[in-house]
Design a protein around this ligand. Structure first.
Ligand SMILES: Cc1cc2nc3c(=O)[nH]c(=O)nc-3n(C[C@H](O)[C@H](O)[C@H](O)COP(=O)(O)OP(=O)(O)OC[C@H]3O[C@@H](n4cnc5c(N)ncnc54)[C@H](O)[C@@H]3O)c2cc1C
Length: 483
C-alpha cells in the first residue's frame, strides 16, 4: 500500500499541472487546509487526505479530468455533498472530483413527468422547484436539504417515504456516466422501456466504483392529493415495533412509518421541539397519503388497530405547520444527538420487519455490554434500522468500543436474516464485512463487473469490495484510521 501511495504522490504534480491546463481551467484545490475539508464524509471514523480536489462544470470537464487520471493511472473519487455515512466519498492521495458546481436543473419536462439534472443538484431543491406545478422528486433521505442527486444515485438512497415510493433506483429513467477510461455511456431516456439487459440498476448503488454520473433523468412524482401525519405514542419500544407489522398486515400501506426511541426524542425535544412527548419510550411517525377517501378510511382503520396499544391518544397534525414540525423532528433527530453526546456513530442495517422487536431488544443489550448508550431511529416500515451509538472520543477506549458495538449490531442484523445496509452503502466502512453477507460466488461476479467498467481500479478504489475477509480485518482498518 505504501509503495502504491508513493507512486501516486510522484505523479500527482504532473496530474495537477495537466488539470490546471485543461480548457475552461477548472478550479483545482491543493492547499493542505483545503484538502483537510475533503478528508472525510459523514463517517468521521474514516479519514484520509486526497492529493487534490478538482471542480468540473460540465460532462466534458469530467471526461477530461478522468482521462488525465487514466493517463497517469491515478485514482479518482466523485463527491457530491459528502454526507455519505460509510466512508465512500474519500480518496487516499488521489483526485476528488467535486461535483457541486454541476448544480443545474437542465430541463423540467412536465408532459413526460421527468427532469434532467446535473449530479450536484441538491435533492430537496428539485422538489422545491417542481412543487408549485404539483410534482416532486420522491426519494427523501433525511439529509435531503444538502445531499445531491448524484450522491443519491451512487448510494441508491432511500428515506422515510421509501415504504410506499421506493428507493432512488425506482425514480431513475436515465443516466449519463463518464466511464473510468473517459468514454461516455448513456443509459435510458425520458421514458421507461425494457429492451435487453438494463445497466441502470448496476450503476445505481455502485458508489462511484464504475464511473462518474454526470447527468440524470429522474421521474417526477405527482404530489399526493392529501397527506395526513399521525404520532403514535408508546410506553414500550416493543409495543411500537410490534405495531409496525400489525399496521401493514391490516392492509394499510403508509407513505412513511418511522420509529423514534426515547433517547432520540430527548435529543429532538432539546433542539427542535417537535412536540414528541419526552415521557414516551418510543413514538411512531406515520403518514398516509393519496386519495382523500382512501386516506380517511385507512385512518379510521388505523385508529381502531392502535387504540388499545397506545399510552396516549393518537395525535394528528392539524395543519401544514404541525406536519412540517413533526417531520422536522424526525429529519433532524440524528443531528440533534450533539445535545446528548460529543460524538455518535450512525449505523445502518436491515432486518425483516417481523423481527424488529427482537432486533431492537438485542441492540439495547449490545449497547449495555459495551457500556455505550444506543439511540434508535428506524425507517420501521422497511425494517431499516439506524442505531446511533453515542461515544466520547476523548475517553480512552470508547471509540474502539463504538466500532465493536457497531460490528456486533450489524452481525445481529445478518443473524436475523437481514442486511449490512439499507441505504448508506458499504463504502470503506463495511467492505470487509461483506463476505459475512454474500457468497464467494456473488463477490466474484460483483468484482468481475467492476473490472469490466473499471479495469485499473481507478474509480473510487478501496470502497465496497473486500480486500480480505472477516470482521477482524474491518476492526483493524477502522482502528488504524481513527485519529
Ligand atoms: C444526517 C444524515 C441523514 C441521512 N439520512 C439518509 C437517509 O434517510 N437515507 C439515505 O439513503 N441516506 C441518508 N444519509 C446518507 C447520505 O446523505 C446519502 O447516502 C446521500 O445519498 C449521499 O449524497 P451526497 O451528495 O452527500 O454524496 P457523497 O457523500 O458526496 O458521496 C456518496 C458516494 O457516492 C459517490 N458519488 C457521489 N456523487 C457521484 C457521482 N456523480 N457519480 C458517481 N459517484 C458519485 C461518492 O464517490 C461516494 O461513494 C444521511 C446522511 C446524514 C449525514
Amino acid at each position: 500500500m505504501n509503495e502504491h501511495l508513493n507512486n501516486i504522490s510522484n505523479t500527482l504534480s504532473k496530474v495537477i499541472s495537466d488539470l490546471h491546463a485543461l480548457p475552461g481551467h477548472p478550479t483545482v484545490l491543493t492547499h493542505p487546509d483545503e484538502l483537510e475539508l475533503y478528508s472525510c464524509d459523514g463517517l468521521k471514523l474514516h479519514t484520509t487526505t486526497p492529493g487534490c480536489v478538482v471542480l468540473p462544470a460540465t460532462t466534458t470537464d469530467i471526461q477530461n479530468i478522468v482521462r488525465i487520471c487514466n493517463r497517469y493511472k491515478i485514482p479518482f473519487t466523485a463527491r457530491g455533498a459528502g454526507t455519505s455515512l460509510s466512508g465512500g466519498a474519500t480518496s487516499e492521495g488521489g483526485v476528488i472530483i467535486q461535483l457541486s458546481r454541476m448544480n443545474q436543473i437542465v430541463e423540467i419536462d412536465y408532459p413526460n413527468r421527468c427532469a434532467i439534472v446535473q449530479p450536484g443538484v441538491v435533492n430537496a431543491y428539485l422538489s422545491l422547484m417542481t412543487r408549485p406545478n404539483g410534482y416532486h422528486f420522491a426519494p427523501d433521505p433525511s439529509s435531503q436539504i444538502v445531499c445531491t442527486i448524484g450522491g443519491n444515485v451512487a448510494e441508491n438512497a432511500g428515506g422515510p417515504h421509501t415504504l410506499k415510493y421506493g428507493v432512488t433506483l425506482n425514480h431513475i429513467l436515465g443516466l449519463t456516466v463518464v466511464l473510468p477510461d473517459g468514454e461516455i455511456l448513456k443509459l435510458g431516456g425520458k421514458f421507461r422501456y425494457s429492451t435487453g439487459m438494463d445497466l441502470i440498476p448496476i450503476m445505481t448503488g455502485s458508489e462511484g466504483t464504475l464511473g462518474v454520473v454526470s447527468e440524470i433523468i429522474v421521474n417526477l412524482e405527482p404530489l399526493p392529493k392529501t397527506a395526513r401525519t399521525f404520532l403514535l405514542i408508546f410506553d414500550e419500544v416493543a409495543k411500537a415495533t410490534d405495531m409496525v407489522s400489525e399496521i401493514l398486515e391490516a392492509g394499510i400501506i403508509p407513505a412513511a412509518l418511522e420509529m423514534i426511541d426515547k433517547l432520540c426524542i430527548q435529543a429532538v425535544e432539546s433542539t427542535i421541539k417537535a412536540g414528541y412527548p419526552i415521557s414516551a419510550e418510543a413514538v411512531l411517525l406515520l403518514e398516509l397519503d393519496g386519495d382523500p377517501l382512501t386516506v380517511e378510511s385507512d385512518s379510521q382503520k388505523l385508529r381502531s388497530i392502535v387504540a388499545s396499544k397506545l399510552s396516549e391518544p393518537m395525535r394528528e397534525a392539524q395543519n401544514q405547520t404541525d406536519r412540517a414540525l413533526l417531520w422536522k423532528g424526525r429529519k433532524h433527530a440524528a443531528g440533534s444527538m450533539g445535545r446528548l453526546s460529543p460524538a455518535y456513530y450512525t449505523n445502518d442495517g436491515v432486518v425483516p420487519r417481523h423481527r424488529l422487536t427482537e432486533t431492537l431488544s438485542e441492540i439495547y443489550r449490545i449497547g449495555q455490554y459495551h457500556q455505550l448508550r444506543v439511540a434508535n431511529l428506524c425507517h420501521a416500515g422497511d425494517g431499516n434500522i439506524h442505531p446511533l451509538i453515542l461515544y466520547n472520543p476523548q475517553k480512552s477506549g470508547e471509540t474502539q468500543r463504538s466500532v465493536d458495538c457497531s460490528v456486533q449490531i450489524l452481525k445481529t442484523c445478518l443473524d436475523f436474516g437481514g442486511s449490512l445496509t439499507g441505504e448508506h452503502g458499504i463504502g470503506a466502512e463495511k467492505k470487509d464485512l461483506l463476505p459475512n453477507m454474500y457468497s464467494e460466488l456473488y463477490l466474484y461476479y460483483a468484482e468481475e463487473i467492476r473490472k469490466i467498467f473499471n479495469p485499473h481500479n481507478l474509480a473510487n478504489p478501496g470502497k465496497i469490495f473486500p480486500e480480505s475477509g472477516g470482521c477482524g480485518e474491518f476492526r483493524s482498518i477502522i482502528k488504524r484510521t481513527v485519529r
